[in-house]
Design a protein around this ligand. Structure first.
Ligand code: FNR
Length: 182
């Protein structure tokens, strides 16, 4: 069966390295995965006062997330943590209480950075939220994509070992989704 996967990118930057890595992952994915970007930059900052009367973009986003079988989070690292824009999207779809759109959806985390640590801090801070959200997350292989600035030409990955790694990652992700899909 084909599984629908939401791809969330934690950067709004037009030339985002993280988005480029996500695009490469989507191209490398096996045909059993139908992967789609879900944009998050249009979501206003979450305010619990809005739970009773949510802005239409919140409802649209929550329903959109519900329509997927799984989620791939691709994130840069901001100050050793998850960029606010991604955390905001996670918070928005987690509410109102008891109606989280994320509940039970299998997922994976890929962090990307020009730095050597590959966004480790963001990757693991994100995992902390995924535990609470009851999202079974692929544990291994882990994906900390470092030194990314020197590994792309436009949108294309020029580094063979990174491409091989990402291929292995997305295949393992597909297996994980198949095992954990609801
Ligand atoms: C960064 N950057 C960064 N990099 C990193 O490896 N660890 C970090 O903690 C931070 N902190 C940080 C904070 C803020 C506010 C910004 C704007 C940037 C650098 C970051 O990795 C770099 O800008 C990437 O290019 C961001 O990812 P995208 O937008 O290219 O996907």
């Amino acid at each position: 069966a084909t599984r629908k996967i939401a791809v969330l990118v934690g950067s709004l930057r037009k030339e985002s390295y993280t988005r480029k890595v996500a695009k490469n992952l989507m191209q490398l994915a096996p045909p059993t995965l139908d992967m789609e970007f879900v944009e998050i930059g249009q979501l206003p900052l979450y305010n619990q006062d809005d739970d009773a009367n949510p802005p239409p973009v919140y409802t649209e986003f929550r329903n959109r997330i519900r329509s997927f079988d799984g989620v791939l989070f691709c994130t840069p690292e901001y100050n050793r943590s998850v960029p606010g824009v991604l955390k905001n999207a996670i918070d928005v779809a987690s509410r109102p209480y008891g109606q989280s759109a994320w509940d039970g959806k299998p997922c994976g985390v890929v962090s990307v950075s020009p730095g050597a640590i590959g966004g480790f801090g963001a990757n693991h801070h994100l995992r902390q939220s995924l535990v609470f959200l009851n999202m079974p997350c692929l544990q291994g292989p882990e994906a900390y994509v470092g030194g990314i600035a020197g590994k792309l030409n436009g949108d294309t990955l020029t580094d063979d070992s990174t491409r091989d790694f990402l291929k292995g990652y997305i295949d393992a992700f597909a297996t994980w989704i198949e095992r954990n899909v609801q």
